[in-house]
Design a protein around this ligand. Structure first.
Ligand code: GLC
Length: 605
């Protein structure tokens, strides 16, 4: 065998390598690209290499739906992309999400310094944008469980479902402390007390992030909305929180302190106003208190176009917000304009280089800690974890533990599994969309068969058998039933669209109950709701009343309890007012005469 060509080839390879070695050395020599180098060293090395434009790009977050988003990511060296509520790829499948994210990440990695993006999504009760994901109970229900371990598990499984679509950041937990249930976002908080915010903030963060950033199959969490979002007068969304600094520190801050102790990597600023200044422009809150006093080391992100609310002129608003200490800017549609104006502000000396560097240093530190530079692309390993049976089993347990029994006269509950025909009544009884509430598949959520799951009617049928279950939307029934389950409540809403000045039950729900009352059989009312509602005669006349909040896709957790396999555990996370005139009414108020107090909850046995 002629070995000439082999030796010749090896010599050629040796010569090629020796010629290339400086380039290889240099590229391997870039400290920021060396995973063995310390995070701080990598950050400082990268910062030295970055231009002002590249730094401003890192501070800027674009919406996935922006036209030619991949090329904008590349041209502006953007640091982040988000999905606003309901902003999903077509088809809405894990594969499609992964393909979308991979394409965006390839654009980011094709830039000069190859800095990966981070992709944020509102996975606030499961990976709720994605069809087939498990939808867990909203936080108001989890607060009733008083079970931090459960909350941590829910966050952990949610992180796995987020990873199953390739993404790496959730805008959760919402650690709002809603003080007035007229607020449309009441259901996003764990409850009305610092006790519940403190109990759940850290477990939720640790569930999402793991014990530290970079834990496999976990994501970056985001404590929101800093601060006092739930303390606005009249429960007005994005309103004014008229609270003293003492109250702010005593009631609304402790949960953030716990989140920071748990290592939360991002905090989102509230739209609301405190002390006469928009939180998005409030230097005391963001820089003096959060960054300097509480030593928060992650990065602060704005809310959706939150900056523009700071001043009539966008450039002035940007100056106020950047100088207040915000680090990343959720500018879904004015992304290029934001970048241009911030560059001008720095060049004109209205925003210092130090402020830019603080923001970029924080963002890069989180990205390095998350391992994004080493693993920028989604892993297919988790693709089958989305909506799997184990996750549904945990969600079913979360539903059980979130239910609160308000009344059970003559032991109507538990219902019999084996004897009698049951009438299931009310439009909400076969309505997965209403069970899930807002932030489900779409931003506002929607009634009807919006995603995979089990409705209350379906859950009852699987307990009683089809032939023993009658269904009536309006509660009337010609066929005799032995008892009835009447499901009433709210239809989905999110944010300001949910602000209510009445908290009254829907007329069609009152009609259903009237029709069932005419049947003269025992019945239990099950209330689907994002907050306490004014019950008036319903509580007086109904033999049994259960509130299930916004339970999500696993309604079998409800039948587990009302048919007696489990007893009620839930305790109210909010005070239940007698009338709307009592709002705001909260645990600890001097004049406190609610229908049901905070912490109330009966058991069957
Ligand atoms: C919304 C909400 C915030 C959410 C963000 C991104 O307006 O206030 O909770 O994370 O925009 O969807």
């Amino acid at each position: 065998m002629n070995i000439g060509p082999i030796i010749g080839g090896r010599i050629r390879t040796f010569i090629l390598l020796s010629l290339l070695s400086p380039v290889i050395l240099v590229s391997c020599g870039k400290v920021y690209q060396n995973p063995k180098a310390g995070v701080n060293a990598r950050v400082e090395d990268l910062m030295k290499r970055m231009t002002l434009d590249e730094k401003i790009g890192q501070m800027t977050q674009i919406e996935r739906g922006y036209k030619d988003v991949d090329s904008v990511i590349r041209e502006l060296c953007l640091g982040s992309v988000l999905s606003g509520g309901g902003s999903v790829p077509t088809p809405n499948t894990p594969e499609s999400w992964m393909k979308m994210y991979r394409s965006m990440q390839e654009s980011a990695m094709s830039t000069r310094l190859q800095i990966p993006i981070i992709y944020g999504v509102d996975a606030v009760h499961g990976h709720n944008n994605v069809l087939g994901a498990v939808i867990f109970p909203h936080n108001i229900g989890l607060g009733c469980s008083r079970d931090p371990e459960l909350v941590k598990k829910v966050a952990e499984l949610t992180a796995m479902e987020i990873r199953a679509t390739g993404l790496d950041w959730t805008f959760s937990p919402c650690v709002a402390i809603p003080q007035d249930i007229r607020w449309g976002r009441t259901y996003e908080g764990f409850g009305e007390t610092a006790e519940l915010q403190v109990m759940m903030a850290a477990p939720s963060v640790t569930g999402y992030q793991g014990e530290k950033l970079g834990t496999q199959y976990r994501v970056l969490a985001c404590a929101k909305h800093y601060i006092g979002d739930g303390a606005t007068t009249g429960g007005k969304d994005q309103g004014i929180a008229e609270i003293s600094e003492e109250q702010l520190r005593k009631v609304f801050l402790p949960g953030y302190i716990k989140a920071i102790e748990a290592g939360v990597g991002s905090v989102m600023v509230s739209y609301s106003t405190w002390n006469g200044v928009k939180c998005h422009a409030n230097k005391f809150l963001v820089t003096d208190l959060l960054k300097n006093e509480l030593k928060f080391e992650g990065f602060v992100v704005s809310d959706w176009e939150g900056v523009k609310q700071c001043a009539p002129d966008f450039k002035e608003a940007i100056k106020l917000s950047v100088n207040a200490g915000l680090d990343m800017f959720m500018e879904p549609y004015r992304t290029p304009q934001f970048v241009k104006l911030l560059r001008e502000l720095v060049n004109d000396g209205d925003v210092t280089q130090e402020r830019i560097d603080d923001a970029v240093r924080r963002i890069l530190t989180v990205k390095f800690k998350m391992g994004l530079f080493e693993n920028p692309f989604p892993v297919a390993a988790l693709a089958d974890s989305l909506g799997n049976d184990y996750h549904r089993k945990v969600a079913r347990r979360a539903v059980r533990e979130s239910l609160v029994l308000l009344k059970n006269e003559k032991q109507v509950l538990p219902l019999s599994k084996t004897t009698g025909k049951v009438l299931v009544a009310g439009p909400r009884s076969n309505d997965i969309g209403s069970q899930c509430g807002g932030w489900t598949i779409s931003w506002q959520g929607k009634s009807g068969p919006t995603t995979k799951g089990t409705t209350i009617l379906e859950a009852v049928k699987s307990v009683k058998g089809e032939t023993n279950v009658l269904f009536s939307e309006d509660g009337s029934s010609k066929e005799k039933a032995d008892y009835a389950i009447v499901v009433i409540g709210e239809t989905p809403y999110a944010e300001g669209a949910g602000d209510s000045q009445t908290l009254s039950l829907k007329p069609e729900d009152l009609k259903v109950i009237d029709n069932v009352k005419k049947l003269k059989i025992p019945y239990v009312v099950i209330l689907i709701s994002g907050r306490p509602l004014i019950l008036d005669n319903i509580i007086k006349e109904s033999p049994a009343v259960v509130v299930c909040w916004l339970p999500g896709t696993e309604a079998a957790g409800i039948t587990d309890v009302i048919f007696g396999d489990f007893d009620f555990k839930g305790k109210l996370s909010h005070t239940w007012p007698v009338s709307i005139e009592q709002e705001p009414i909260n645990f600890g108020d001097a004049d406190y005469t609610p229908l049901f107090p905070y912490g109330f909850g009966l058991t069957m046995r």
